[in-house]
Design a binder for this molecule. Sequence first.
Ligand SMILES: *[C@@H]1O[C@H](CO)[C@@H](O)[C@H](O)[C@H]1NC(C)=O
Length: 222
Amino acid sequence: MSTKLAPISYASSIVGFTSFAFTFFTFVRVFWETILTLWSAPKQMMGYLDNLRIELHNERAYFKSALRRTRSRSRSVKRYHEDIGPLKILNGTVRRIHREFIRLEKPFLNISPSRAEKDLEHDSEEIVDTDYAPMTLARRWKWMRTKSHIIAIADSVNRIQTQRIACDTTNLLMKLHTMDKSIQDFEDRLWDIEEHIMGERLDDGRIYVKRRVDRSPNRSPR
Ligand SMILES: *[C@@H]1O[C@H](CO)[C@@H](O)[C@H](O)[C@H]1NC(C)=O
């Protein structure tokens, strides 16, 4: 019996085997990744959630103080009028994202439902010590499905940070410009005052001090 295969059949079995190997390894890889994700879920989840919670907290605090600052300044100094619109929009976005985050992290926390309701209503400011619920297998599965949402939220927070840095920079530039103008104004006035007080100005800008006529009444005229 000959074990020799016809070349075409030889080739086809190689192709068949290769594609089978690919399928098999892909399956193993996916399976392995799932196992790894399930295994590392608690640590990974805490890392993602803690990070995002802190970032959201900072952004909310930033917009809160920025809104207050801008408002009071616009009210007190008309010249500093700033458009509050973009800040308001970003503030609203942060608020929406924060709500979404609270909804997503809820299944992984050990909070009584009443506490969660209160948090949502009052938009609580302080970060309370987070008490993570024990990672059961069900929660590990849930994390696998929640993870992509959390990553999407982290992306939006990043974009908001970028935008507010751009806003800050624009405002800062405008302020510097105003400051520059007031300094020039100030210098002009100083120049005038010098002339008034001291006397004539020579061509090179220096002051020619006029001899003062002493008119003080205490001195008796000679
Ligand atoms: C800004 O967002 C906070 C919640 O993060 C909210 O309490 C506040 O009313 C918002 N301010 C404005 C002007 O929208």
